[in-house]
Design a protein around this ligand. Structure first.
Ligand code: PLP
Length: 397
């Protein structure tokens, strides 16, 4: 390939349509039609309908947990978990996560305290927790990132020894396993997202998974009177119900999870093979799990070795309709609402700061196939070979 084929240098875009990151699951039109037909026949849109009930039972079996509570989206789930666990004061979470992890705590009136991450895995660095603990800290929110997991086993021991509560944002780890068990089996509760970009989709949606029956009863009462089960006194409710239309998509998506996971794994390995000899680009493997949903292809760009910074690479790829993303940027600690607080904390998040500048996410999921990965990697190689020229052309570094 010649550099002139790059869209940024006047060639046509490599892909006709933008190729985004994210799973973007769509069932066949016929399956969709028949699922919606059922909803129309029953004339039942929401309020813990038969499809939501079926989905909850299937998820309990799939995740190997006693209770699953389906909700409108993952963020509502995190807010409900904070309320049900009666968290207060400060809660520690990693600074390298999606903003919703911290926003959910803010909605629950909790002060987030940001912990740095491991440079190799991007997961919460348990060794950095000690320095953040004070009398106001009541809990830890672990985040299971990139289809992998943080050190769930060590975190459980750590929290128990200090009498801290522990729960997980598992929005990115649906189906992933730690040892013999799903990530849902750690901490008091694990929260999943079924957003359209996630490996299992309800278009919008999420669920809470817990083996604690009393906590589950509380969560059901916080969600809504429908499907509340035995009444438990709660202070706040959320109306965080999942609709039948959401559940219909989620049921099909759950059924197709095995094929989607294995396709993702194949695509991930293809990226790995195609990128391994390129200097300055390092693929991050889903950490700490025996089985991953392989929903993310995240690399770090070493500007010196690659010959170009992450942001310049992104600009060039985007011109070719490869909608790679810097994710997460900026770190949550630098986002509106948290920045001023973070600066007071004087808590150094060196690794997070570095990774926010170097991480790039490439397309994987339903819209991507093997030939697309070949093409994307070929373009990345072409960019790398011509980095000096392109830097000069774009007037950047
Ligand atoms: C997607 C995601 C969420 C939010 O889930 P929604 O269903 O969109 O509310 C929270 N945390 C992480 C880490 C996520 O990736």
């Amino acid at each position: 390939m010649k550099k002139e084929t790059l869209a940024i240098l006047g060639g046509g875009a490599a892909f006709d349509k933008p190729l985004p990151v994210g799973q973007l699951y769509f069932p066949s039109w016929d399956r969709y039609k028949s699922a919606m037909h059922g909803i129309f026949q029953r004339k039942y849109y929401t309020n813990q309908g038969p499809l939501v009930q079926e989905l909850e039972h299937k998820l309990e079996r799939f995740l190997g947990v006693k209770n699953v509570i389906c909700v409108t989206n993952g963020t509502i789930g995190l807010m409900m978990a904070s309320e049900a666990m009666m968290l207060s004061g400060k809660v520690i979470l990693p600074s390298f996560t999606f903003i919703a992890s911290a926003q959910a705590l803010a909605w629950a009136g909790i002060d987030p305290v940001f912990c740095d991450i491991d440079p190799n895995t991007h997961q919460l660095d348990v060794d950095k927790l000690d320095a953040l603990i004070d009398n106001d800290v009541t809990a830890i929110m672990g985040v299971n990132l990139w289809g992998g997991a943080c050190d769930t086993v060590r975190l459980e021991k750590y929290a128990q020894a200090r009498n801290l509560k522990l729960f997980f944002d598992s929005a990115q780890a649906f189906g992933s396993m730690v040892g013999e068990t799903s990530v849902a089996n750690f901490g008091s509760v694990s929260v999943f997202s079924f957003h359209a970009t996630k490996v299992v989709s309800a278009t919008e949606g999420g669920c809470l998974a817990t083996n604690d029956d009393a906590l589950a009863a509380k969560l059901r009462n916080i969600r809504s009177s429908y499907g509340a089960g035995a009444p438990v006194p709660v202070v706040k409710t959320s109306n965080g119900r999942m609709s039948e239309a959401q559940a219909a998509i989620a049921l099909m998506s759950l059924e197709d999870f095995p094929q989607n996971q294995s396709k993702n794994e194949m695509l991930f390995n293809k990226y790995k093979k195609c990128l391994k000899d390129l200097p300055g680009i390092e693929l991050i493997h889903p950490a700490g799990v025996t089985f991953s949903n392989y929903q993310y292809v995240v690399c770090e760009i070493d500007e010196k070795a690659f010959g170009m910074g992450r942001d310049t690479l992104l600009t060039i790829l985007n011109a070719d309709n490869i909608i790679a993303r810097r994710y997460f940027y900026p770190g949550v600690h630098r986002s509106v609402g948290f920045e001023s607080k973070y600066q007071q904390d004087a808590n150094s998040l060196t690794v997070t700061e570095e990774v926010c500048e170097s991480a790039i996410q490439f397309p994987i999921g339903a819209l991507v196939d093997e030939s697309a990965v070949d093409k994307i990697c070929g373009i990345i190689a072409l960019i790398q070979e011509n980095s000096e020229y392109l830097n000069a052309f774009l007037g950047g570094g």
